[in-house]
Design a protein around this ligand. Structure first.
Ligand SMILES: [Zn+2]
Length: 163
């Protein structure tokens, strides 16, 4: 699909032309919010406003990155590295976080979703062996033998990047 642009596009209703404009919007994600500049097209004659899918998605992406930075949340690759280091599947990590669906954990790792502060703290907590073992016992997750895990070279322990 090509990028939609309405720049200088004729507004048939009034005969005016659409021009690029910017608005400040508050975007909420995972219980956190931030303000970003979002592009839009506004008819120079009647003031009608149109927002394309690309403009909405660009603003959502910027908001996600800004919120992650403001709250110092783990980056997608840090979540993946943590999971790889523990030798766990996405489903197992979800269970250790008290029932987060596997698809959500995968979404965090791909940067599609943003973990909230509570989930971020729980993820960080998995770095502590005692916490990890306590939660694994509670969730019924069998942890890989840490001695065995550390014997696996890092290169073969992680899957090749998909993108
Ligand atoms: Zn118009």
């Amino acid at each position: 699909m090509s990028v939609t642009s309405l720049d200088n596009h004729l507004h048939r209703f009034c005969g005016g032309r659409y021009q690029q404009a910017v608005e400040t919007v508050t975007i909420r994600l995972s219980g956190m919010s931030t303000e970003v500049e979002r592009g839009l097209y506004r008819c120079g004659k009647c003031g009608d406003e149109q927002r394309t899918v690309e403009q909405r998605e660009a603003a959502e992406k910027e908001a996600l990155e800004r919120i992650r930075a403001e709250h110092q949340l783990l980056a997608p690759r840090e979540i993946r590295q943590l999971r790889d280091a523990l030798g766990l599947t996405a489903a197992q990590v979800g269970e250790l976080l008290y029932g987060v669906p596997k698809g959500v954990v995968e979404g965090w790792e791909r940067g599609r979703y943003l973990q909230n502060r509570e989930a971020d703290a729980l993820l960080r907590g998995l770095r502590d062996r005692a916490t990890l073992e306590r939660r694994a016992a509670k969730a019924g997750v069998t942890l890989p033998d840490p001695d065995l895990l550390s014997a696996i070279p890092a290169a073969s322990a992680s899957a090749p990047p998909t993108d």
